[in-house]
Design a protein around this ligand. Structure first.
Ligand code: GMT
Length: 378
């Protein structure tokens, strides 16, 4: 099938998932065209059947903010026409679903593609539910031929919040399990031999609660020789640095910034700590599970569908850094338990969230749509 994909190109979960999906589809013989503002973060190297198109943004003094969405819609339309795209897959409702709809409307009727919109979480929970975007987010979903969400929790939240006239289907996120595994890594550069490594990976946005990581780590490092490795970057980084300083932890915390090859870092960790307010899915916990690293997460949102509490890690109440630390110490001081949790996590990851388990669900959806009549607004 000839497929177009739009996603955020930066180091966020939705863009990563969209890129990995494009790669997996291309490996299965589909032709995939990415349209983004820059090359997607995880799209490295050459891939047969993948083509990347970047959006040309015109800056003109009259525009306070160059109208990126209009340029994106134009580019999608051009690419769809030139390459006879049968199906467009928009990742993240705003602005991608709406731009794809606009692009579809610009095409002659016989050239119009089918549109799948995949919701990733914050597009619904934070952006789309804001009054300034509510109606256009709803319009984007109603005018798509199918809407999917990355967890049952997100599907239910969307239905509750937007009362759509169509079902939101759940298709879980997936990973390439050959890429993410427990292969030994160079942990010596991150910590001393006798130190445990606690790791956090995110875009350091408020929803990630990075200062909870620091506070929990303080309690951990009071009892276990350990180092905290913070991977990623974003607006809360300075708060994390400030709290670590206040708690006298500056020497025990390393900030690595964004890292492209996260699969080589995660296996160095003894524990991954993700204390988010909510996660629609939790790609990082899944990556940790695939690498046989136990996870401390929060009992909130879709992460409950990924991490089994007490089996592949622990889910604590949001903000309860006391319990997070206690659970972490339990894992860090019992290597057999940690190994078993890692093993069970990998087992679950392979069984439920591997490419083999998920890609076929997208392909079946595409097949169902291509050839069926176009979506109409109710
Ligand atoms: O977590 C973020 O802020 C990034 C965001 C994104 O859209 O890039 O991640 C969301 O999508 C990921 C991929 O589906 C999910 O694994 C994350 O849980 C989700 N983030 C939130 O719901 C906060």
């Amino acid at each position: 099938m000839r497929i177009g994909i739009t996603c955020h190109a930066s180091a966020g979960g939705s863009g990563i998932l969209a890129t990995e999906l494009g790669i997996a589809l291309a490996e299965r013989g589909h032709t995939v065209h990415f349209v983004t503002y820059e090359s997607p973060f995880r799209l490295q190297g050459f891939h047969d059947n993948i083509f990347a198109h970047s959006v040309d943004i015109v800056s003109y003094p009259l525009f306070r903010n160059p109208p990126y969405s209009l340029a994106l819609a134009t580019k999608i339309s051009e690419v769809a026409l030139e390459h006879n795209i049968e199906l467009w897959h928009a990742h993240y409702a705003i602005p991608h679903a709406v731009c794809a709809i606009l692009a579809r409307d610009m095409l002659p009727p016989e050239k119009r593609f089918k549109l799948v919109t995949t919701l990733h979480g914050t597009d619904i929970t934070l952006v789309g539910s804001d009054p300034s975007f509510f109606r256009i987010t709803k319009y984007g979903m109603e005018s798509s031929d199918a809407v999917t969400a990355v967890s049952h929790w997100l599907s239910e939240e969307t239905e509750r919040e937007f009362a759509l006239s169509k079902p939101v289907r759940t298709i879980y996120n997936f990973l390439n399990m050959d890429k993410f595994n427990a292969s030994p890594a160079e942990r010596c550069k991150l910590a001393e031999k006798d130190e445990k490594i606690v790791m956090h990976i995110s875009n350091f946005r408020p929803v990630k609660r990075v200062t909870d990581v620091i506070r929990a780590f303080k309690k951990i490092s009071d009892q276990v020789p350990a180092r905290l490795i913070m991977v990623g970057d974003g607006p809360e980084r300075m708060s994390a640095v400030g709290v670590a300083k206040q708690l006298g932890l500056t020497d025990r915390v390393k900030y690595l910034g964004n890292h492209e090859a996260i699969e080589s870092l995660i296996p160095c960790a003894d524990l991954i700590m993700q204390p988010s307010e909510h996660e629609s899915f939790g790609l990082v916990p899944l990556e940790a599970m695939a690498c046989e690293v136990p996870v401390i997460g929060t009992d909130s949102g879709g992460v409950r569908e990924v991490v089994e509490n007490g089996i592949s890690g622990y889910l604590c109440e949001v903000g309860d850094t006391e319990s997070m630390a206690a659970r972490a110490i339990e894992i860090l001081t019992d290597p057999n338990r940690a190994r078993e949790m890692g093993r069970r996590g990998r087992e679950r990851a392979v069984q439920c969230f591997s490419e083999a388990a998920i890609i076929g669900q997208y392909e079946a959806l595409y097949d169902e749509l291509v050839g069926s009549p176009a979506a109409v607004m109710p």
